[in-house]
Write a protein that binds this ligand. Sequence first.
Ligand code: SIN
Length: 303
Amino acid sequence: MVNTSVELLGLTLSNPVIPASGTFGFGYEFADWYDINILGSISFKGTTKEPRFGNPTPRIAETASGMLNSVGLQNPGVHAVISEELPKLQKVYSKPVIANVSGFSIDEYVYCCELMDSAPQVGIIEVNISCPNVHNGGLSFGTLPASAAEVTRAVKAVTKKPVIMKLSPNVTDICEIARACEDAGADGVSLINTLMGMRIDLKRRCPILKNTTGGLSGPAVFPVALRMVYQVYSAVNIPIIGMGGVSSAEDVIEMMLAGASAVQVGAANLVNPYACRDIINALPAAMEKYGIDSLESIIGGAH
Ligand code: SIN
């Protein structure tokens, strides 16, 4: 009998598989399809201070082995998330969840984190400093060590819950950003968010996405994500949540060997709503195939 459980910042997850923010709604939407309590945790839809409709459409484009999105942080706003969405999730999911928050200023990040700190269901706060689809926020905080550290320090000051900073791959040196977050007090980092890309409509001779650019995700980005998790593992001493194109139990194992303590599954949920369930179900056989008794024991094992 293999052991799929992992420790993450004081929480014991029955397995390391977590649906990634923005690909699984607020979780309860999937509860009619399968018992979502099998999930290690859930990182729910990125939440901002005010409600957001998101970017104009088209905001999704297909690519080889992946997709581009320029959703633009569509969400009902932090107050509705806490008063309406989390109670719905609580009815069908009994484990601690990961609150993914975004902001357009330090004050907005602080505002959201302070509120999430008092939400009992929230076990970890994931701070998105890496959204490539909005201006004057998100990504701009995550591309410079100083601003990444500034957000980290500000949110850490208002919450007692563990804080994970979600990092962008659209930087010269992701290790430098990860170290800046760690030095500023981050309890962990998650990576990678999407890679900035674009497509052009050949008939109309203009960008397919109304926002011109979008974030690339899906199996195409997996080797890039894996490389970055591997490098960041050597650069910091805090836990890493690995993500980026994870689509199978074998991908989860690779991510953990690179250094991830837990693994988020994103675009795969949009192709197959059962993706997380299927990966969790496939994990024991994949572990046996590669002679792994305990997932916890393989974290960073490729170094
Ligand atoms: C979006 O809503 O645009 C995607 C969120 C992200 O990539 O951080």
